[in-house]
Design a protein around this ligand. Structure first.
Ligand SMILES: Nc1ncnc2c1ncn2[C@@H]1O[C@H](COP(=O)(O)OP(=O)(O)O)[C@@H](O)[C@H]1O
Ligand SMILES: [Mg+2]
Length: 400
């Protein structure tokens, strides 16, 4: 029987997301903005929503997700739970699994997602997903964009602000046609975000900046609140998609594309998939009908998006699976927004998790999706899987 070590970080049960100012709900029953005037057009920059919600554990997985993944893996071998906390290295070493299935987001630091894979490499234990370098790279949205830009993969022009003292330099960049480094100026409006976060942490409507003054205020706020550099990008005004990619090398392929239907957001909301849309306005009891999968797009756009997404996947060294966010620029060109080599995989359809949604549209159940991702990792590293589903999964692979 194959011994599958399962590495994860589990969200504290209570409260996963709590309001700092006295509310008791773990998942606040927030009223969406109802004003007919665009809220984001009149709201002062300053991050009210981000400041009032503690999103510290937003990236970690719930007990429900962990149980669902464990259930799926158990068809391919014996699953050994290895919570990725402080004594993970000792437990991994003592357990010596044949392969580690990794969904651990990490405990902290800018290389947090790389820790589990790096420890596996240290002990010579095969593991699923991207390597430590790619995981760290993709968690740094600015370096990711440098890679993409170097390889000619479209991504919005940007600048990185490391500390408050650098904010005036951004002004310079905005007003000067050419900077010393030779890059072209950024055009308003801008979108600013923390450079190392995921799961919509630090992404609110206030991050949309129509003026340099707004960008200055919000950049200063994000620097202070998230204690990390802030990425300042040109705002991509077009449609948004997210693409689930699976496989390796020439076999990498895009599952049915998920399109964002921003009409589903409360009236006047900014058309972005930020913290409000992901965690406040979307509730399993009232799912936000924001996704359409497959996205209703013509063949030409679909193949252009797939081409951009697969180039990003290869350039960044992604393995087994990843989810890649894309938005169209003013000219309709798909631009890569960010790459998630550890995609969100909430099991219940009501949870609106995009990778499982794309898998369902491709005819794959949740279990099959998880098993398939492990199979790609096992094949790559010559690890044999056992169990009933292993044979079925192998047969499906043979059929393509
Ligand atoms: N340059 C941009 N232009 C327009 N919208 C953006 C831009 N960058 C991010 N967004 C919006 O913010 C959302 C979250 O940003 P993203 O970088 O994907 O963060 P996360 O890691 O939290 O998913 C995106 O899905 C998109 O709607
Ligand atoms: Mg994203």
């Amino acid at each position: 029987m194959t011994r599958i070590g399962f590495a994860y970080n589990q969200k504290p049960e209570l409260p996963a997301l709590r309001l700092e100012d006295g509310a008791e709900d773990a998942r606040p029953d927030e009223e969406p903005p109802s004003s007919s005037e665009p809220e984001w057009a009149s709201a002062p920059a300053g991050g009210v929503a981000a400041a009032s919600v503690d999103d510290e554990f937003a990236e970690w997985d719930s007990a429900e997700t962990i149980n669902a993944v464990e259930h799926a893996l158990s068809a391919l071998g014996e699953v050994l739970r290895l919570e990725a906390n402080a004594d993970f290295p000792e437990r991994l070493r003592a357990t010596q699994p044949d392969i580690v299935y990794n969904i651990a987001e990490g405990m902290g630091g800018v290389n947090r997602e790389a820790h589990v894979p790096a420890i596996c490499e240290f002990y010579g234990i095969p593991y699923s997903g991207s390597d430590p370098f790619s995981l760290s790279l993709c968690l740094d949205k600015a370096r990711t964009k440098e890679y993409l830009a170097y390889h000619g993969v479209p991504t919005a022009p940007f600048a990185l602000i490391r500390n408050a003292a650098e904010i005036p330099a951004m002004l310079d960049r905005l007003t000067t046609r050419r900077t010393k480094s030779g890059s072209t100026r950024l055009r308003l409006p801008l979108f600013v975000k923390p450079v190392h976060e995921g799961s919509s942490k630090g992404i609110t409507e206030d991050n949309y900046c129509r003026t340099v003054a707004e960008a200055q205020t919000q950049t200063a706020f994000l620097l202070e609140r998230y204690a990390q550099p802030v990425l300042v990008e040109e705002y991509l005004p077009g449609r948004e998609f997210t693409c689930a990619v699976m496989g390796n090398g020439d076999g990498a392929h895009v599952l049915p594309i998920v399109g964002m239907n921003f009409e589903a957001l409360p009236p006047g909301a900014l058309p972005v998939y930020g913290f409000e849309a992901k965690w406040l306005w979307d509730d399993p009891s009232h799912p936000l009908e924001i996704f359409e999968c497959p996205a209703r797009i013509d063949e030409a756009l679909r193949s252009r998006i797939e081409e951009v997404v697969l180039s990003a996947y290869q350039v960044l060294g992604c393995r087994d699976w990843s989810r890649i966010d894309v938005r169209l620029d003013a000219a309709g060109v798909p631009n890569v927004v960010e790459v998630n080599p550890l995609p969100g995989i909430l099991p219940r359809p009501e949870d609106n998790s995009c990778f499982p949604k794309a898998a369902r549209a491709a005819g794959l159940s949740y279990d099959e999706l998880i098993q398939r991702s492990l199979r790609f990792a096992a094949e790559r590293q010559g690890v044999a899987l056992s169990g009933k589903a292993a044979r079925r999964v192998r047969r499906a692979a043979a059929l393509g």
